[in-house]
Design a protein around this ligand. Sequence first.
Ligand SMILES: [Zn+2]
Length: 148
Amino acid sequence: MDIWIRWCHKSSKCRHCGEQIEKHTPVVIGKLWIRSRRFFYIIRWHPQCWVDQGIAALPEYESPYTGKIPGTLSVNGEARSTHVVMSDEERLARKRLVGRWRQYRFRMRKAVEANNMEYVQVLVDKMRLVVEEIEKVGGVPNRWLEML
Ligand SMILES: [Zn+2]
């Protein structure tokens, strides 16, 4: 697969989280060639989703160095391995929450630019709810905690 990153010029669905990739934000493009380069599929991800799905797939290719991958999740402030056993439903719920968080974060940037503090407050409340929800399905990503 050929992979590159560019600005999104037409909003489309992310392969990983299923949420929209907003116009004019970065998008990772995967071009999957089939039948010796005669046809191809285009796959799109949020840049972070591309990283997430890659890291999530890593346990399937056990590290030859430690047999583990470094922890990036946090539960009650304690580092926890990303190699958390989750059911398919939990994994899906988690993906959706991550997608929602990204949407809110994107709107937040716009709201701050527009100096719409009322809407910023609404978004902060929504993001807090997402944090409460994701705590139940694998824990809060560390990078989120830095933003709260
Ligand atoms: Zn995504």
